[in-house]
Design a protein around this ligand. Sequence first.
Ligand code: NAD
Ligand code: IPM
Ligand code: MN
Length: 343
Amino acid sequence: MASKIILLPGDGIGPEITAPTLELLDAVGTKFDYEEHLFGGASIDAHGIAMTDETLAACQAADAVLLACVGGPKWDTTDADKPRPEQGLFRMRKGLGLYANLRPVRPFPALYDASPLKREIIEGTDVLIVRELTGGLYFGAKTRTKDTASDLCEYSREEIERIARVAFRAARRKVTSVDKANVLETSRLWREVVAELHAAEFSQVPLENVLVDNAAMQLVSNPADFDVIVTENLFGDILSDEAATLTGSIGMLPSASIGEPGKPGVFEPVHGSAPDIAGQGVANPLAMFLSAAMMLRHGLNLEAEAAAIESAVNRALAEGLRTRDLGGSADTRAATQAVLSNL
Ligand code: NAD
Ligand code: IPM
Ligand code: MN
């Protein structure tokens, strides 16, 4: 029986990058049982909520979820009682137990000169950011009065240990644990738990602790030094957008969100719905293509098909494909065609 994939095109450029991704998946020879659902702002418009019970249940029962992006000015509000598209992401992450967000940052050599950073700095960079995805400030209690507001940052030993284990298992050279242990109590617990796990199970893997402000600086001045970075939810969010500059554009970064073995993962680009270019047909679809490749590899065990997509992207870029975000003029259609013709 064909694997069941839930498609969540979402908002903004989401539908524009989802359609070509399905073309690519067809071209690589995979046959899936696709089921599309409204998500984010599109779901708010239709159902008043960013992710319905039905959509969550469908995701839970699927083999994998392919998501584009959500959000946009239409639903932007500072009123806590109004629904927001991003609530769909949180419901999905919690509901599927997606505690590990894997964000590989591996700049394509053809794009070294598309980055605002110098080629010599980028060369040899191959970082995996392991972002904790279901804890921290995102999910702590919130309060709000007219004049004060608070967001609770909470982490348990168990939450830290399981994400650190993902990082140690993925390491090839070393693990860099990023925190703010000179200020935050959650970071001090983080550092302690990571050290204990390291001593007990992974003492052969070099471990270093780096404060997040310093890590942000090192990531763009000495990125090739990193191997696996493991960090809490908000730090991982910020550092991964920063790391996108190494690849030439945020439109290049894929991600995989995973939970317990055997449960469906969610595969999605790191970027958002890009409201400034939505509807123009000029979005870079490559982060979405590479997310589909991560789905094939990590979610569905289709290594050859995943590698075929990645190599077609690589060849298209080597031939000169550049969308506008990469300083070129190719639109979404042309980018798709360039990748398809290299498959
Ligand atoms: P964004 O990532 O949407 O856009 C930032 C900049 O990068 C914009 O100039 C945009 O045009 C450009 N960009 C992003 N993806 C691109 C692509 N594929 N091709 C070409 N250019 C691209 O971030 P933002 O503007 O801060 O957020 C917009 C909305 O997206 C917000 O509502 C935010 O909450 C949401 N968002 C959603 C996700 C997600 O769905 N996982 C992630 C990030 C932001
Ligand atoms: C991401 C996004 C989300 C996050 C937003 C849209 C809630 O930035 O997936 O990186 O902060 O997790
Ligand atoms: Mn983000």
